[in-house]
Design a protein around this ligand. Sequence first.
Ligand SMILES: [Zn+2]
Length: 158
Amino acid sequence: MNFCPICAAPLMTKDLGGLPRRACPSPDCEFVHWDNPLPVVAALVEYDGKIVLARNHAWPEKKFGLITGFLERDETPEAAVAREVKEELDLTAGRVSLIGVYAFQRNNEVIIAYHVPASGSIVLNEELAEFRLVSPEKLQPWDFGTGLAVRDWLKRKE
Ligand SMILES: [Zn+2]
């Protein structure tokens, strides 16, 4: 971020709370770009005994991941993860349970990951290009982001 979204002045770097922040130099404005991590919900969807991995259109050919999304204002993380599963896969979530909370520094996000048993017929929305159903025994966790939730869920399952 280079310009103040309130008054359009070029931002400068200020030491605030012990960290360098992009801030507005205008004394009348005082805008600070805190750049705090954004929470993201992730769903490890269990469907028919298998785990649903999906590929976003924006992702490379062989990269599959969990269903993720941002929370809406006033929405609980549990409701958000169930809504994302409905929107992206057209599946109805059963009882969701927390797997864990994970820092994802690369995207400046905090991932709140849930196990989501779901039912219905899978219909992908426009965000997703394709999906795979993987049995838990064949699930290979990746070592960043939502992959850590996959790892922990598998560990707990043993
Ligand atoms: Zn400003």
